[in-house]
Design a protein around this ligand. Structure first.
Ligand SMILES: Cc1cc2nc3c(=O)[nH]c(=O)nc-3n(C[C@H](O)[C@H](O)[C@H](O)COP(=O)(O)OP(=O)(O)OC[C@H]3O[C@@H](n4cnc5c(N)ncnc54)[C@H](O)[C@@H]3O)c2cc1C
Length: 415
């Protein structure tokens, strides 16, 4: 194992692996040496798609596709993506509804749904290719236990089994997810607001094909999203994200499959006919979390480690991916200019530019959540009118669609 790198990425999850892939196109030309350190072992079998009924899925904004194209993984990724051709937003028990169509926006899809395990496999497989291995060391299973500032660098202590190693890099990127103790040890503080809600995530099979529609349905007990997925074993399949109040969680999780389906049916209605099967249920506490400090000299905090938001608008990973691409572009420019990758002034510029996107995206998710959670009848009427207005007003729809598709951010440039 080498001891000195230009860049060390802690965490080979969706965000850490994306950053490594984003730097690959320029890494050889710029002679970048990169290490990715990940706790979980890598899958050893060749890249293949294993359909799973019990997998979590992510809605990728249309704009994210340009990033994957530049990383060189889009053609593989799209083998198992489900395009979102229409979005249907409705408010249970009220008249408001809005529909967005890819055709109206002149795009092939408004977004894509990818199963997280497929996205992870594609990114990690890219990092295992011979050209990638020349500049990227994937160190796993290994756990980073401490970070120590050093003059002009950041020291990293990692454990592989019982064995400790000391590495260092000009820049360390913490892409270690939402539950790491490393940030606490560094004294990084967070703004945290709980929603008193959990997301129940599972796959369900409706009788009727989903037709490429992503449903966003607001109910008096919380919003639910139904995302189109590939059929499996002759059954249609959708990914369900169902937001429930904390005090309802245990009773809903205790339901058997038939009772769960009945409850879901009552909440979602019969737009897709009857639900005939449900997979394993996973649940996640929902909170809004924003790191108050995301850069220091030789250190960046990225992805879920930096921010977590309500999944209502499917924006968390898309926001993180825009951060990944912006950081990769900044690092490439710094290297070309002969500057250290860990220079504080450069990292502060990067952070200042990211903060406005983070605040806008978090604000949108948070206010949508609060608007639709409100039981105030006047607000209910207002949102119905808003949905109806958007449905009949093409410019308003396009504005909303471009924002949801991630097309209101500049195109990435990773060369
Ligand atoms: C219910 C739900 C639905 C969602 N749906 C969407 C959606 O539709 N669209 C969207 O854009 N976003 C969505 N999100 C958000 C999205 O899931 C996250 O943004 C994404 O998972 C963040 O990935 P990450 O790589 O930052 O973190 P993680 O996926 O947590 O990865 C962190 C990695 O770091 C490793 N690690 C941790 N500590 C260490 C250590 N000390 N040393 C070495 N390795 C370490 C871990 O093993 C892990 O692999 C959703 C979130 C939830 C909860």
């Amino acid at each position: 194992m080498k001891q000195q790198y230009d860049l060390i990425i802690i965490g080979g999850g969706m965000v850490g692996a994306s950053l490594a892939c984003a730097l690959l196109p320029a890494a050889k030309r710029l002679a970048l040496s990169i290490a990715v350190i990940e706790t979980h072992p890598l899958a050893q079998d060749p890249l293949s798609y294993t359909p799973s009924y019990d997998a979590r899925a992510t809605a990728l904004a249309y704009g994210s596709r340009a990033s994957y194209q530049l990383m060189g993984v889009w053609d593989t990724l799209r083998e198992h993506l489900s395009p979102i051709e229409h979005i249907h937003v409705s408010d249970k028990g009220r008249f408001g509804a809005a529909r967005l169509h890819a055709d109206d926006e002149n795009v092939e899809a408004l977004g894509y749904v990818v199963e997280n395990h497929w996205l992870g496999r594609v990114l990690l497989d890219r990092l295992q290719q011979p050209d990638a291995k020349k500049c990227i060391d994937f160190i796993c299973p290994a756990e980073v236990t401490a970070l120590t500032p050093q003059p002009g660098r950041m020291g990293v202590t990692l454990y592989q089994g019982e064995e400790a190693h000391e590495l260092s890099a000009e820049l360390v990127v913490m892409a270690d997810g939402g539950r790491s103790s490393l940030r606490e040890n560094l004294g990084i503080h967070y703004h945290i607001a709980g929603y008193d809600q959990h997301a129940i995530v599972t796959n369900v099979s409706p009788q009727q094909p989903h037709g490429g529609v992503a449903y966003e349905r607001f109910t008096d007990s919380g919003p639910m999203a139904l995302l189109p997925l590939e059929d499996q074993d002759g059954l249609h399949r959708c990914g369900l994200v169902w937001t429930v109040a904390d005090d309802e969680l245990d009773s809903i999780l205790a339901l058997d499959d038939a009772a769960f389906i009945a409850r879901l049916q009552e909440r979602f209605g019969y737009r897709l006919g009857r639900f005939v099967k449900v997979g394993e249920r996973f649940h996640y506490p929902l909170k809004l979390m924003l790191a108050e400090e995301q850069v220091r000299a030789n250190l960046v905090v990225l992805g879920n480690a930096a921010h977590a938001l309500h999944p209502i608008a499917g924006q968390g990973y898309n926001l993180a991916l825009r951060g990944v691409v912006a950081l990769a572009e900044q690092l490439i420019h710094s290297r070309e200019a002969g500057q250290s990758l860990g220079e504080l002034a450069m990292l502060e510029r990067f952070y200042a530019e990211r903060l406005s996107d983070q605040q806008r995206t978090i604000g949108f998710s948070d206010s949508t959540m609060k608007l639709f959670a409100s039981r105030n009848p006047l607000l209910g009427l207002g949102r119905d009118l808003g949905l109806q207005l958007m449905d009949v007003c093409p410019p308003a729809k396009t504005l909303f669609a471009r924002s949801a598709m991630g097309l209101d951010s500049p195109a990435p440039d990773l060369k």
